[in-house]
Design a protein around this ligand. Structure first.
Ligand SMILES: Nc1nc2c(ncn2[C@@H]2O[C@H](COP(=O)(O)OP(=O)(O)OP(=O)(O)O)[C@@H](O)[C@H]2O)c(=O)[nH]1
Ligand SMILES: [Mg+2]
Length: 359
């Protein structure tokens, strides 16, 4: 009797534990799903202006033509270029579209809308290996011209990596202005990570030297270096950047290296010029494209990728710590064109539910 009740209570306990772990798992799934939904909503909201300008134009071309003619392609080309997608990317997208239209014997303009969207998606896809540095021991230097969002992006990225359980250190190598160190210190506090440097007038190269050695000594996973904004045509400042880059290579040759250039999405085509100039000084491994929430020029993300062959790794869609997102070409195109997400992106819900899920 006693034995029986003990067994019973053990069974009960087991089933309770099982229930708990199932509940935990389920709530984990739900929160992951919630998070994805939240991110997508932010992205969609952030791209609202770009969507208005590009999509409205594209829709008017698709509904304004009854057959796929040269004029149809020309108008489409004009809309894409006006949306800052760039001449190269637009040409490639349209070439591919023409081939598919022929292959699939598409006759009605409306029918090729999905083909166009798929073409843009393909044009932008980023290899997952682009984010390997998040999991390795890495030194990331964040560079770019004045006011593009470097410090903000370092802060957001620090918060994101810290929440993934990485040991993060940030270095304030912008010693040009007194306020620069304070601004980064505030982000360090928000992200709950330590900071090194930030004294006005200090030699930025020495801050980098100290930070790299501190990172090695403390067993830091990811060192993020914020640098001063510099005009790409100022020779001495670009030389300083070259020096910082050399110090990292020399002091920490085993670290995974990233040089991320921050480009302001509202700049339009000039962003391409900046990236080319910085690329001549330090090898660029990725782009952080900021302020996409304030612009109708979000198409620049497509241009940048195809013109520079450097992946857009993150996009900024607002000013708060959660407003830096890993660039996901599927989500980007889905948010941009307001189309239903891909089948394999969702978790098997019914069609109706799925659409509601993403709203
Ligand atoms: N709306 C919006 N604002 C942003 C985004 N990223 C940065 N900002 C704002 O842009 C302004 C400049 O950002 P900073 O991070 O100081 O730029 P910076 O490149 O470090 O500037 P310097 O150090 O002076 O060269 C700030 O007001 C930021 O809040 C973004 O994704 N969206
Ligand atoms: Mg700054």
């Amino acid at each position: 009797m006693r034995k029986g009740s003990r067994n019973e209570s053990m069974e009960e306990r087991h089933s309770m534990e099982e229930k708990h772990s199932m509940e935990e798992e389920r709530s984990g799934e739900v929160s992951q799903k919630e998070e994805k939904k939240g991110l997508f909503a932010r992205l969609k909201q952030g791209l609202a202006k770009t969507r208005d300008s590009i999509v409205r134009g594209i829709d008017s071309v698709f509904s304004g033509f009854s057959a796929i003619t040269d004029d149809f392609y020309e108008e489409l080309e004009e809309i894409l270029i006006m949306g800052d997608i760039g001449i190269n990317a637009t040409t490639q997208i349209l070439e591919r579209l023409k081939v598919k239209v022929k292959e699939q014997h598409v006759k009605a303009p409306q029918e090729c809308k999905q083909l166009l969207i798929d073409g843009i998606r393909e044009q932008m896809s980023v290899d997952e290996a682009a984010y390997d540095f998040e999991k390795e021991q890495s030194v990331i230097m964040v560079i770019g011209v004045n006011g593009v969002g470097k410090t903000t992006s370092v802060g957001k990225l620090a918060g994101k990596l810290k929440s993934q359980g990485r040991k993060v250190l940030i270095a304030a190598a912008d010693t040009f202005r007194a306020a620069a160190g304070d601004q980064l210190a505030e982000w360090a506090r928000r992200a709950d990570v330590p900071m090194i440097g930030g004294n006005e007038g200090a030699d930025p190269a020495s801050v980098v030297y100290d930070a790299v050695n501190a990172a090695k000594a403390r067993g830091v996973d990811i060192l993020l270096i914020d640098t001063a904004g510099r005009l790409h045509n100022k020779k001495n400042l670009m030389e300083e950047l070259r020096k910082m880059n050399r110090i990292i290579d020399k002091e920490f040759p085993d670290a995974h290296r990233e040089n991320l250039i921050v480009l302001d999405g509202t700049t339009g085509q000039n962003a391409l010029v900046q990236a080319r100039e910085f690329g001549g000084v330090a090898e660029l491994t990725g782009i952080i494209l900021t302020k996409l929430d304030g612009t109708a020029k979000g198409g620049i993300a497509v241009a940048i990728q195809s013109e520079l062959h450097v992946p857009v790794k993150y996009i900024g869609v607002g000013e708060s710590i959660d407003d830096l997102q890993k660039f996901d070409s599927d989500a980007f195109v889905t948010a941009l064109f307001d189309v239903k997400p891909d089948e394999d992106e969702t978790d098997g819900g019914q069609d109706g539910e799925r659409e509601a899920d993403w709203e």
